[in-house]
Ligand binder design. Structure first.
Ligand code: SIN
Length: 275
């Protein structure tokens, strides 16, 4: 589809599109930004190639979507907390984001979008997978939807606590965030319903016994991992991916050890999830 000389090429039916005809070193007028914003709502994750941008240009693009979010604990670049470092190499004890997740859903107002720019990519491997949580919701039976619709779950950031203590990262707030969110969330811009639980951050469903909550969450994680709801992105040097962090989950494969994969993520503040 073409709009304003911007070309949007869908990767799959449910999720992912490549955007052509945009140079993110140049300012975007409102019409062109609106075309990108609409494409993000339609395709949930957008991929741009050959974007040799500076950190300031990356930040400027992120700010078009909204105010920037600062991660509570992740390492940053050049002492700028809004530039989250994404890096793994031969000395890394782990790589970030290797399980299906949405970014920091432990916050009361989790980010609405993340923009990841990779400067160094392995020759092969290091792909990122994205999954549509709308498609996952739509595929449930009406009976299961009725069971899930009123439920809420606790999300916390235990996953960060252990990891950042291990690498000596400091916490930027007084406490690790935690929050209760609907299990089924209505997207604030599209009005569509989606599944909003993810394994690293969601701890339990409120009001259920541990065995009941575990069984239901395990069912949902397996259901959400169906390849029919996914796309897989192969990075190149200077690719940039923007994902709607409300309607998707993503997973970074760490199949390239001991090669290096390195870049910067800018994250955009979101609002409180609603039923
Ligand atoms: C992340 O979870 O933000 C990292 C994704 C990636 O490295 O591909």
């Amino acid at each position: 589809m073409m709009r304003n000389d911007i070309e949007i090429r869908p990767l799959t039916r449910h999720v992912g599109a490549e955007v052509r005809g945009v140079d993110l070193r140049e300012p975007l007028d409102d019409d062109r930004f609106e075309a990108i914003h609409q494409a993000l709502l339609d395709h949930l994750v957008l991929f741009f190639h050959d974007q040799d941008i500076t950190p300031d240009q990356h930040v400027a693009f992120g700010r078009r979507f909204g105010e920037l979010h600062v991660h509570p604990a992740a390492p940053c670049v050049d002492g700028r907390p809004e530039l989250m470092k994404i890096h793994a190499d031969a000395s890394s004890p782990f790589a970030e984001g290797t399980r299906w997740h949405t970014d920091v859903s432990s916050e009361e107002e989790p980010p609405m979008a993340s923009l990841l720019h990779l400067r160094i990519v392995p020759e092969v491997g290091g792909d990122t997978l994205f999954a549509s949580m709308y498609a996952a919701y739509d595929a449930l039976s009406d009976t299961m939807k009725r069971i899930l619709d009123p439920l809420e779950a606790l999300h916390n950031s235990d996953v960060h606590r252990g990891r950042y203590e291990q690498v000596g990262g400091g916490l930027r707030r007084e406490k690790y965030p935690e929050a209760v969110h609907p299990v089924i969330r209505t997207h604030p811009e599209t009005g569509r319903k989606l599944i909003y639980v993810n394994a690293p951050f969601t701890k339990h469903i409120i009001g259920m016994k541990p065995a009941e909550s575990d069984a239901l969450l395990q069912f949902l994680y397996a259901h959400c991992a169906n390849p029919e709801f996914q796309c897989r992105f192969r990075w190149r040097t200077n690719s940039l991916a923007v994902w709607d962090n409300r309607s998707t989950q993503h997973l970074a494969t760490w199949d390239y050890y001991p090669a290096t994969r390195s870049g910067v993520r800018v994250t955009v503040k979101g609002d409180r999830p609603r039923h």
